[in-house]
Design a protein around this ligand. Structure first.
Ligand code: RTP
Ligand code: MG
Length: 140
């Protein structure tokens, strides 16, 4: 399996509770390398575009307003099988269904305020990374 990259966001519920370091520790312990990282306040336009696949879902408005409600940390993670590996480390979308030891089981507040985002395919990872990082700012 070749080295792969995935896109991660530490969401506002995580930054609000000062969990950046705790979550990054879980990421690094899983063997994923943080090769780019920036703390930003997502604009309404950025959040709408990022989640446009969910535009018709009932939770879209709530999701966009949550993601713009406080700082987030956007990251590029690199490692073997990074997309699937990070999805495993994150746990299920709903923390009530997440496995023990996963980020969402340990830290998420609810299905909406669930601490982290991770790309769901290598193709989407490439699209998402481009929305927030220039190639020169990713140092592998
Ligand atoms: P993500 O995209 O953030 O990594 O999460 P995911 O793949 O596990 O979940 P997805 O289905 O892509 O949903 C994106 C985000 O929308 C919020 N959500 N709220 N209220 C609800 O029923 C609901 N369902 C989803 C969550 O923040 C979820 O991570
Ligand atoms: Mg998703």
């Amino acid at each position: 399996m070749a080295t792969e990259r995935t896109f991660s966001i530490l969401k506002p519920d995580a930054t609000e509770r000062n969990l950046t370091g705790a979550i990054n520790a879980v990421i690094e312990e899983a063997g994923l390398r943080i090769v780019a990282q920036r703390r930003i306040r997502m604009s309404d336009a950025q959040a709408k575009k990022f989640y446009e696949v969910h535009a018709e879902r009932p939770f879209y408005g709530e999701l966009v307003s949550f993601m713009t409600s406080g700082p987030v940390v956007v990251q590029v993670l690199e490692g073997e099988n990074a997309v699937a590996k990070y999805r495993g480390v994150m746990g299920a979308t709903n923390p009530a269904q997440a496995d023990e030891g996963t980020i969402r089981k340990r830290f998420a507040k609810s299905v909406g305020e669930n601490s982290v985002h991770g790309s769901d395919s290598a193709e989407n990872a490439a699209i998402e990374i481009k929305q927030f990082f220039d190639d020169k700012d990713i140092v592998g």
